[in-house]
Design a protein around this ligand. Structure first.
Ligand code: BG6
Length: 608
């Protein structure tokens, strides 16, 4: 997720662009840049690091005169956060400059086409293909060039365009990434969200997917995807800046829970093209994969639990043993690692000290490493040869949600890719699994939509005593993360137990009114866990069960049931964690906890 802004009017654009970018810094902050147009010449200034670096370099915009311009604050997805990869990007002829928020899924084929046609690429970004397409299609008609360019793009984009031939004009294009127009007096704006607008105007036009707009100081013209002028309603922005940063949600954590369908789609869609999985950052050949004797997954916190959930898919599909180890344990153990080991490192931040230390230990023993991280250019990403980014966008809440589900989704993707590469899947099974993967974002959305009773359920099951989370296999893996969510944000003690283990001791803890969350979503073993529901209810427990939509048997056993859409059992954890995130969120809210910044916790523990 990045932030883009645009301005055209009688004032100098640069200072206004910089102020707007500061308000969007929560959307991405590893590099930033602005471009302004003056007397038919576009000048650009861009730097890695925070907006403050850009303000310093441009003397708060004083050294960049011009009355129209565009700006960008970046959360890197393709290409490390460097000056070259920062936006805005320029066309070869210097006539165009663009900023972009989103992911161009077909950028590799476009890059090949444009390179073959002689367009010189300077950056490693997916975005740069846009500005070279504009140059290629431009014949003096800016609107036509924009339409031809966007007709070639697949993926998500909010784009700002500056053209040296059209001083005072800025273009804004929206497809699956938010873009809002701000209406001023003798000036007009665009921005990724209203936080960058409210200092200047509260009159806004929300572009919809497929629409684009031409802004001059005096006029805003909106077009539909056919280039026909359309009338759009003007909305009044009532949000405060703080509310706008959270997208109107009360906490970043709830916003990030709700963002998961889009985040998981961002992680998966660019890697599934024409019914094939393409991992462009993973260089293992079929022989490399067949040479793997063991996979060790290492991480901390929720990332570790993502590994516990992904293990089942990798073992089942790739027939390779998977050992999931806490990084803080692995680094001090006697790891049985050698050149036949593939180490998979999971980390949202890419900066967790224990994970880095464990990784280095395994590398010294000969392991080859695949890192699955969210932050481009992070320490872990720089230390390994194979990195699959989760492209989840910045995660602000300390307790991870979209970080976990995107890590897990990429593990599933890897499992299917590796199994197919090793020729362990029939073409029919490969396609079926690809369809399952592609269905995950909408299954998560359906889960969010189906479960509106979570606030009430959280009130009922948040008794203040310790909570049991029980399940088997993939259900148990989800229970581990669900219990951690409850602990870290509501401060209620909660433990996940392998359901089959209850009879070996922990059932002794079940007293009258004990809350038990029973995960019965893996259709192969749900019946066994339902037997455990009977056992704990016989001892006075109140049971909230998670089950797959249509499973009516569980209704006879549990006090309450949360239904989720069905997925292949191997992938079920990524959907069943959603209600558990919400259960923890609403329990924490009930308890009056600081949900985005839980006590004693850090977003990334960069020290031991
Ligand atoms: C903890 C975070 O500090 O570190 C967790 O609160 C996270 O959400 C864990 O899962 C590991 O962090 P990372 O960045 O390595 O995934």
């Amino acid at each position: 997720m990045c932030g883009i802004v645009g301005f055209t009017g009688k004032q100098n654009a640069a200072p206004i662009l910089l102020e707007g970018l500061k308000k969007l810094e929560y959307r991405g902050y590893d590099s930033a840049g602005i471009a302004v147009c003056k007397d038919g010449v576009i000048s650009v200034s861009k730097v890695s690091g925070r907006i403050a670096n850009l303000c310093e370099k441009t003397e708060n915009g004083a050294n960049m005169p011009g009355h129209s311009g565009i700006g960008h604050t970046r959360w890197a997805t393709h290409g490390a956060p460097t000056d070259i990869n920062a936006h805005p990007h320029m066309s070869c002829d210097g006539r165009f400059s663009i900023v972009h928020n989103g992911i161009i899924e077909n950028y590799l084929e476009l890059r090949e086409e444009l390179t073959a046609k002689g367009y010189a690429f300077r950056s490693q970004t997916d975005t740069e293909v846009i500005v070279h397409l504009l140059e290629m299609y431009y014949d003096g008609d800016l609107k036509s060039a924009v339409m031809k360019t966007t007709s070639r793009l697949e993926g998500s984009y909010a784009i700002g365009v500056l053209c040296a031939d059209c001083p005072g004009t800025i273009m804004a294009v929206r497809e699956a990434s938010p873009l809002i127009l701000g209406i001023g007096v003798g000036e007009n704006f665009f921005a990724s969200d209203v936080t960058a607008l409210v200092a200047y105007t509260r009159n806004a036009i929300y572009l919809d997917d497929g629409e684009f707009a031409e802004l001059t100081p005096e006029r805003i013209t909106v077009y539909d995807c056919t280039g026909t002028v359309i009338q759009k309603p003007v909305s009044r922005i009532t949000w405060s800046v703080e509310a706008a940063e959270k997208g109107g949600y009360e906490h970043f954590m709830l916003k990030e829970i709700m963002e998961q369908p889009r985040a998981v789609k961002s992680a998966l869609a660019p890697r599934i093209q024409n019914d094939q999985i393409q991992l462009d950052d993973f260089s293992f050949t079929k022989e490399d994969l067949r040479g793997i004797k063991k996979i060790v997954v290492t991480a901390c916190g929720s990332a570790y639990y993502a590994g516990c959930a992904g293990k089942y898919a990798i073992e089942k599909l790739c027939h390779i043993p998977v050992d999931v180890q806490l990084a803080s344990e692995l680094r001090y153990g006697e790891p049985q690692i050698d050149s036949g080991t593939l180490l998979i490192v999971l980390s949202q931040s890419g900066e967790t000290a224990d994970t880095i230390a464990a990784m280095k230990e395994c590398q010294s023993l000969g392991a080859r490493v695949l890192a699955i991280v969210n932050v481009v250019g992070s320490t872990i990403a720089k230390l390994v040869d194979n990195t699959l980014y989760t492209w989840a966008g910045p995660e602000i809440a300390v307790a991870t949600t979209k970080g976990y589900t995107t890590q897990l989704s990429v593990l599933y993707l890897f499992a299917v890719y590796a199994a197919h590469t090793m020729e362990l899947l029939s073409q029919q099974e490969y396609l079926r699994l690809i369809r399952e993967l592609q269905s995950i974002p909408q299954k998560i959305q359906q889960t969010l939509d189906m479960n509106i009773t979570l606030p009430q359920l959280a009130k009922k099951y948040n008794t203040g005593h310790s909570m049991f989370y029980i399940g088997r296999n993939t259900d148990y893996a989800a229970a581990l993360e669900g219990a951690l969510k409850m602990k870290e944000i509501s401060y209620i003690h909660a433990e996940a137990y392998a359901a089959g283990e209850l009879k070996h001791g922990t059932i002794a803890l079940i007293d009258e009114g004990q809350s038990v969350i029973a995960l019965c979503c893996n259709r192969h073993i749900a019946e066994k866990t339902m037997n455990n529901i009977v056992e704990v209810k016989a001892r006075g427990a109140q049971v909230l069960a998670l089950a797959v939509k249509g499973d009516r048997a569980v209704l006879a056993q549990a006090d309450d049931v949360i239904y989720i859409p069905g997925l292949d059992p191997l992938f079920q954890s990524v959907a069943e964690i959603i209600p558990l995130q919400l259960l923890a969120y609403y329990a924490a809210k009930e308890n009056g906890c600081d949900i985005d910044k839980p006590k004693n916790l850090e977003k990334s523990v960069t020290v031991e």
